[in-house]
Ligand binder design. Structure first.
Ligand code: C5P
Length: 401
């Protein structure tokens, strides 16, 4: 079946014995209708010839960054733009390290730097090299930036070792490609997501904020991109990398977040309010640093209510997006969440119990109950990445109701 019909794949080979399997991988991709343009690093050419890869892909192989003739026909920037997917297989430890460091010292690394399309890496190396903390950290960095990591598999290696590090079999990589291209319930939809905390200034050096890390909102942005959406992420101060392909708007205070959120919500199909917006802000911001006094042991800061961003968006009379809220509660989660759904006029609310250790605020995992007007669904404890994918998939099904 032509499951990859018309899909443009740049297949990058780096140096590793698994490169010999890439002739078969290319043949299978082409058989399914994909157009495959092969890039080879110098090291890759030690393991399989460009002639073989040209024969199976049906296209000339690119291998040099500084070849005027090649650059004139399909240069690295053109290749980067042409690709619907850049697939690096085998991805050697060196290739992974160079990619994580953002290096551009050969054709494949510059193509990875220059593409705005998704990039998938299929690691292949000795098990000890794979287990090395440097490789693991590089892979984690890339995953956090939105790269797909497909594999490796475990088993016997060319060097005789046994362990994790074998490249996936060509058919498994093909299946990843098929899944990547087929599962796009958010295709053509645009989403704006708020994430992280807000900071409410007291004076030039102090502020009021909360423990939100932004991980849930950033995971939602990543999941929405992966599932085909166009994503704008409005983020409070967090230390997280922006997922590949996401447009990020940085804000500090609730008022700034409100202004940007309303502006973008009107232009998007879906609004997800995942930010932990401060409910109140100091009524006035002191011009100078507030000094400690000996007069009293107490000090009072008068606060004023911040705008409720999501409620403002849900009450838009025109251009109202499908509006999804979050409810972080410490007790009576279902009752409070359902009350918020109605009070704020939301289409959907994702509730989590932040009193439970290891889920919600500042943690890697989350468990969520999703409520909408006439239904609900429990999403059990899982990585925020997985939970985010489930939430976005659920939103996609509700959009058509
Ligand atoms: O009322 P509460 O803060 O618990 O509601 C949580 C939901 O409302 C979240 O979706 C949050 O992003 C949103 N919210 C908002 N503006 C506020 C307070 C909360 O958009 N000022």
């Amino acid at each position: 079946m032509q499951t990859l019909s018309g899909k443009k794949i740049v297949l990058g080979l780096s140096g590793g014995i698994a490169a010999y399997k890439c002739a078969d991988l290319t043949r299978r991709l082409v058989e399914r209708g994909a157009e495959v343009h092969v890039i080879m690093t110098e090291a890759a050419k030690e393991f399989i010839t460009p002639l073989t890869m040209q024969a199976v892909s049906g296209r000339p192989v690119s291998d040099s960054l500084l070849d005027p003739a090649a650059e004139a026909s399909m240069g690295h920037i053109e290749l980067a733009k042409w690709a619907d997917l850049v697939l690096v297989a085998p991805a050697s430890a060196d290739m992974i390290a160079r990619t994580a460091a953002g290096m551009g010292n050969d054709l494949l690394s510059t193509c990875i730097l220059a593409t705005s399309s998704p990039v998938a890496l299929s690691p292949a190396m000795n098990q000890q090299m794979y287990a090395n903390i440097a490789t693991q950290e590089n892979l984690q960095t890339l995953e956090n930036r939105g790269f797909f990591i497909w594999g490796p598999a475990s088993g016997e290696q060319a060097c005789g070792d046994i362990g994790l590090g074998r490249m996936l079999e060509p058919i498994q990589i093909v299946e990843h490609c098929e899944h990547f291209f087929s599962h796009k319930p958010m295709q053509g939809k645009s989403v704006v997501i708020t994430a992280g905390p807000t900071r409410e200034a007291i004076d030039p050096v102090r502020y009021i904020s909360n423990h939100s890390s932004g991980k849930m909102g950033f995971s939602l942005a990543q999941a929405a991109i992966n599932l085909g959406a166009n994503v704008t992420l409005i983020s409070g101060p967090v230390s997280l990398p922006t997922p590949l392909g996401v447009t990020r708007i940085d804000v500090t205070s609730a008022e700034q977040m409100c202004e940007q959120a309303i502006h973008f919500a009107k232009k998007n199909d879906i609004f997800i309010g995942c930010a932990a917006v401060a409910d109140y802000r100091p009524t006035t911001i002191a011009q100078q640093k507030i000094k400690k006094t000996d007069k009293s042991n107490e000090m009072t800061i008068t606060m004023v209510k911040n705008p409720d961003i999501i409620a403002s968006i849900a009450s838009l009379k025109t251009s109202r997006p499908f509006t999804v809220g979050f409810a972080a509660e410490t007790q009576d989660v279902e009752r409070y969440a359902k009350a918020k759904l109605i009070k704020k006029n939301l289409d959907m609310i994702c509730a989590n119990d932040v009193s439970i250790q290891g889920q919600g605020f500042n943690s890697e995992d989350n468990a969520i109950n999703v409520y909408w007007k006439d239904g609900q669904q429990a999403l059990p404890l899982n990585s925020k990445r997985k939970v985010a994918e489930q939430i976005i998939t659920l939103i996609a099904t509700k959009l058509d109701d």
